[in-house]
Design a protein. Structure first.
Length: 418
């Protein structure tokens, strides 16, 4: 069944992706906001990929129909050749024939999955995807197993999704692993989650396990002071030991809520004003966003929540202001690349509208900054200045504060290892 579904998705994605690439209907004013897509897939003309909602002219619809007829047989031939090569290279089925056949099916499934990912990359792929991993306990209850096994299965699902995101070219994956509210759960469950985190961190530090296999760079976000001392130290070690990896960045939100993050950010900004690093007028939307825990990372493009719940549960509320939201009824341990690809198809369909919203927000913020600079200029007495010079001074103070903040956070993390 997974192989059949994979074939169907690959054919659909190839058909739509090939067609969309042939249509050059990207408004010029939006192209500057899609540096990531041009950098990762420079040969693709279309910035919208599967943005079929934009196909309105009859000639574009004709091109769409032509792409369907051309892409389907071409991809079918490629898949058949790929599987035939796999069969020819396999050893004859003798003892353990069932397991060998299962391996062949799995190899075919992997080929289809990677081919579908390559096709999806012809359209825009989110740089940063955030997941609210919900449903571990319900999954365990449905199967009649212990809740702890549900959390173990959830971790395995997370590793699988990291691999799929790596194939797609996603740069950053943020997962909501443990909320501050989760400390209210039973002590047995909390202890198991802490032990699970410790074990997986140690695997990555010792260069074993899935995190190392996929060359993941791990970072831990949240109020680490609430975690056991051993988990704090392991969080610091895994951050420094995986920093040299070249795979996607995985940000694990442990002991995290968005409100706590905002409060910590405000405290750091107030301290910056008190130290004289910032002026009160320097505090704007961009500075607050860059002072968050996710300071040096791109804004999330897509937020996915599993299990059918349609709440954000205090997760990355500031960062996801313009992100596309996707809710699926699938429980997290059952969440697979098949569900992810369907969500990405919808993401590509709405990509143009999302970029327009971001362009509008950026333009509104720029006008607000100029207005505040003009107001500050009118209050000044002394040497003559301009709006540009005021903005330049403000940016200089902001960059200096952010550099110092990053250094202080790095030092606090390193202090846990001493």
């Amino acid at each position: 069944m997974p192989l059949a579904r994979g074939w169907g998705l690959a054919l659909l994605a190839a058909t739509l992706g090939t067609t969309a690439r042939s249509l050059d209907f990207v408004p010029e004013e939006l192209q500057q906001y899609d540096d990531h897509h041009r950098r990762t897939m420079p040969w693709s003309k279309s910035q919208y990929g599967l943005g079929l909602g934009l196909v309105q002219e009859p000639e574009m619809q004709d091109a769409l129909d032509l792409g369907v007829w051309l892409a389907v047989p071409l991809l079918a031939v490629l898949l058949l050749v790929s599987l035939r090569m796999q069969l020819r290279s396999a050893t004859p089925l003798k003892a353990g024939a069932a397991s060998q056949f299962a391996d062949l099916l799995e190899a075919g499934h992997v080929r289809v999955r990677r081919l579908a990912a390559a096709v999806m990359r012809t359209g825009p792929v989110p740089r940063h995807v955030a997941f609210i991993m919900d449903g571990n306990r319900r999954w365990a209850k449905e199967l009649g197993v212990k809740t702890l096994k549900g959390h173990n299965a959830g971790y395995e699902a997370m590793c699988g999704i990291l691999e799929h995101c790596k194939d797609l070219g996603v740069e950053v994956v943020t997962v909501y692993a443990f909320s501050i509210e989760n400390f209210k759960r039973s002590q047995e469950e909390v202890n198991h989650l802490m032990e699970l985190a410790m074990a997986k961190f140690e695997d990555a530090i010792l260069e074993t396990g899935d995190l190392h296999k996929h060359r993941v760079r791990v970072r831990v976000l949240g109020d680490l002071s609430l975690l056991p001392k051993s988990v704090q130290e392991a969080s610091a070690r895994v951050t420094f030991s995986t920093a040299k990896n070249d795979g996607p960045i995985c940000k694990l939100c442990l002991s995290y809520t968005s409100q706590e993050e905002m409060a910590a950010t405000v405290r750091s900004l107030v301290e910056g004003v008190e130290r004289g690093e910032l002026e009160p007028e320097d505090l704007d939307v961009e500075l607050i966003g860059r002072a968050m825990y996710t300071a040096d990372l791109p804004t999330p493009d897509l937020l996915v929540r599993t299990s059918g719940e349609t709440r954000l549960s205090d997760f990355m509320l500031w960062q996801c202001a313009t992100a596309q939201l996707a809710f699926t009824p699938v429980l997290w341990p059952s969440f697979s690349w098949w569900q992810l690809m369907k969500i990405l198809l919808d993401f590509q369909r709405h990509y143009g509208a999302m970029m327009q919203r971001r362009a509008h927000h950026a333009e509104a913020q720029a006008k607000l900054d100029e207005a505040r600079a003009e107001a500050e200029l009118s209050r000044r007495r002394g040497p003559r200045a301009t709006v540009e010079s005021v903005l330049k001074e403000r940016r200089g103070r902001q960059e200096g504060f952010l550099a110092g903040l990053a250094e202080r956070r790095k030092e606090a993390l390193a202090k846990l290892l001493r």
